[in-house]
Every structure is written in structure tokens, then in C-alpha cells.
Ligand binder design. Structure first.
Ligand SMILES: [Zn+2]
Length: 74
């Protein structure tokens, strides 16, 4: 089972609702901060950078370009 999600640009004001935060360039950085190890690889729509996010996050802020990215609802 793949845990990949689709991500898209956040068009709203401020931050999206739900769980989320600043993404990490490496998996270990995020697990240290969050105290958990379950992570997804996501790709920023804006700069194409690969980034690690929490598995249950609904949105993230790109660590590299600062763009806000939200989960694409199919
Ligand atoms: Zn980016």
C-alpha cells in the first residue's frame, strides 16, 4: 500500500486547517522534533524540492521556498 499523497498549492489566507507544519529536508530532523518516525515524502508544487512531512499532515510549509502546500482531495 502506498502512502503517497497528492499535494497542491494552498490558495487561501493564512494557514490551512488541520494538522501540519514546516516540512523537513531529511526524515531524521522531523522525527526529532515530533518524537515520531512515521513520515511521508512530499514534493513541493512550487520548487520541486523533495521534503518530509508527517504522515497525518493536511498541509505543510516548504522548508526551502516557504510555499504553503495542502493535501489534494481526490
Ligand atoms: Zn518549495
Amino acid at each position: 500500500m502506498s502512502e503517497e499523497k497528492k499535494w497542491q498549492k494552498w490558495e487561501g489566507e493564512g494557514e490551512p486547517e488541520g494538522k501540519g507544519g514546516l516540512s523537513s529536508a531529511t526524515a531524521s530532523q522531523l522525527s526529532e522534533v515530533d518524537g515520531r518516525t512515521r513520515q511521508l515524502v512530499a514534493v513541493c508544487y512550487k520548487c520541486g524540492t523533495q521534503t518530509y512531512v508527517g504522515v497525518d499532515w493536511k498541509w505543510f510549509t516548504c522548508w526551502k521556498c516557504g510555499g504553503t502546500v495542502t493535501e489534494m482531495i481526490a
